[in-house]
Design a protein around this ligand. Structure first.
Ligand code: HXC
Length: 510
């Protein structure tokens, strides 16, 4: 017995050493933690149970028969985050660059299958050079097995990817199909092909950072949702993020009790909207003042900042917030903001997270670059997402709600449950100036008449009362009481039941 236990200890120690001390030191020298150190930080202490520690690859080509390392470049298993079960895999860059072999893939598939059976989230800590080159098609087959599971798990259990090293080739496509991608700054990259191949094929000279670093993907491509300064911060923020999510699509999000009074007033909100309708203000101020304890986990803050998306709690319960940001591009809807918000709305709807929509939108962004880029299709994504969502939907129009964008932003007509407006709301086909310049085109050189008409249009339409008279707005509320009203609305909607007609799946304008 003692001998067997000694052998077990030896085997475990060998597995824990991964690709060896030299490579572990190299990993540390780059400011990166090892696969197992990352797990220790992410999970509750002592909660991790590792699976398949002794799995080895079966490849014999290119001298691989002599380089078998237990665990085969990925640590898998389950544990808890603040007491709640998660399954996870953490790729070990010290073993053949964390590259994915047939057996490495099988380990990931095993925990994904188990997570699906018990209804628990899957977290991927990615640090991989892509398909293991020595294995050829076996490795590609392994990737496809993972991709298939990503798709079947989509909308059933939350899937979150944290990119913690250079992820190339197939290593980026599995994260791409998960719900959220977070990156570590300066040490993680995502690209389909690296800078060398880019140079050969397109003659572009580009660094790995420019091609697929955290700044690129969180601000230019929108592929990643958030980035953090190092491994430790990223893992701790991931713990915080997971606290907002339900374990699966049959559960409601967890409840976290709060001392923040549900009906508290904030008088400063009465002064949030500037007197001049063309002056911006910070919509985040409103969010932070109405959610529990001002705790807002913003998703994709640097990409399409004209729309804000993120998770918060009201009366301890997770809600998703989508809000136009007047500080950026006047809060208009464009291709990127519509795509960003649509994906977020669909995530919330899939996982029973009620939606609060804060509206101050002057319309869709005009221009050739938007039209040529397909704003019609992309804008329709957000329209589609809101229209199909069956979770509780509370909408508040703070100021502008013009044109098609009024319809899109969770309007009453898209099955909005509680549609509120502040007295400062302007709900119309377009702004007074634009409207008058079209209706009274023949008087354009008569400045006095145009000014008169503009004022008349503003008086008649730039308010919440016309929409209110039609029943499109349920109630005009005072800004200082917003938290109370929104909390009460979500409380009433807690057991909302609404289903869409049966279908195989809808055809969202992709
Ligand atoms: C096998 C690999 C590997 C791979 C890296 N290694 N990538 N082994 N298969 N894909 C090994 C290296 O040989 C090295 O071994 C160790 O990992 C560390 O690699 P380095 O190059 O020394 O590290 P670094 O300088 O940090 O560069 C990391 C890297 C680079 C950017 C990831 O290694 C790289 O470009 N790798 C190849 C990426 C790639 O082309 N992958 C295949 C894509 S095709 P030693 O023994 O020296 O420690 C693909 C198809 C799937 O993925 C498509 C599905 C849709």
């Amino acid at each position: 017995m003692h001998e067997i236990i000694r052998q077990l200890d030896e085997k475990r120690a060998a597995a824990r050493l991964g690709g060896g001390q030299r490579r572990i030191d190299a990993q540390h020298a780059k400011g990166k933690l090892t696969a197992r150190e990352r797990i220790d930080l992410l999970l509750d202490p002592g909660s991790f149970e590792e699976w398949d520690m002794f799995v080895e690859h079966r490849c014999v080509e290119f001298g691989m028969a002599d380089s078998k390392i237990p665990s085969d470049g990925v640590v898998t298993g389950h544990g808890t985050i603040n007491g709640r079960l998660v399954f996870l895999f953490s790729q070990d860059f010290t073993v053949l660059g964390g590259s994915l072999s047939e057996t490495h893939a099988a380990k990931i598939c095993k925990i994904m299958d188990q997570a699906m059976k018990v209804g628990a989230p899957v977290i991927g800590l990615n640090d991989s050079g892509g398909a293991r080159i020595q294995e050829g098609v076996d490795s590609l087959a392994g990737y496809a097995e993972v991709f298939q599971r990503n798709v079947l798990a989509s909308g059933v259990i939350p899937q979150v990817s944290l990119i913690m090293g250079p992820c190339a080739g197939g290593a980026v496509y599995s994260p791409a199909m998960t719900d959220f991608i977070f990156m570590v700054e300066d040490s993680s990259y995502m690209f389909v092909t690296g800078p060398d191949v880019v140079k050969t094929v397109t003659h572009e000279q580009v660094t790995a950072e420019e091609l697929g670093g955290a700044i690129t993907h969180t601000s230019k491509s929108g592929v990643a949702d958030l980035s953090f300064e190092n491994d430790v911060v990223a893992l701790l923020q991931l713990r915080r993020f997971m606290d907002f999510l339900p374990a699966n699509n049959k559960q409601k999000p967890p409840v976290r009790p709060t001392d923040h009074a549900w009906d508290s007033y904030d008088m400063s909100l009465d002064n949030l909207i500037p007197n001049n309708p063309n002056m911006p203000y910070d919509m985040k101020e409103l969010i932070l003042k109405i959610v529990d304890e001002g705790d807002f986990f913003e998703v994709a803050p640097k990409f399409a900042a004209n729309i804000i998306t993120g998770l918060a709690r009201m009366e301890g319960r997770t809600i998703g917030i989508v809000a136009n940001q007047p500080m950026v591009l006047a809060g208009c809807l464009d291709i990127d903001s519509a795509r960003k918000a649509a994906r977020f709305v669909r995530f919330c709807d899939a996982f029973n997270i009620p939606l609060l929509t804060l509206v101050d939108v002057p319309g869709f962004m005009p221009g050739t670059s938007q039209e040529y880029g397909g704003i019609i299709k992309h804008g329709a994504k957000l329209l589609y997402a809101y229209a199909e969502a069956t979770v509780p939907k509370v909408t508040l129009i703070t100021r502008k709600a013009y044109g098609g964008a009024y319809d899109v932003m969770s309007s009453k007509h898209l099955r909005g449950d509680f549609n509120y407006a502040w007295p400062t709301a302007e709900i119309a086909v377009m702004g007074p100036k634009g409207a008058v310049e079209i209706i009274f085109r023949q008087d354009l050189d008569n400045a006095e008449k145009i000014a008169e008409r503009t004022e008349e249009y503003r008086r008649l339409f730039a308010n919440p009362f016309v929409a209110g008279s039609r029943g499109f707005i349920d109630e005009v509320i005072l800004p200082h009481g917003t938290r109370k009203r929104v909390n009460r609305a979500f409380a009433i909607l807690r057991d909302k039941a609404l289903e869409n007609p049966w279908r195989k799946h809808g055809n969202i304008p992709l």
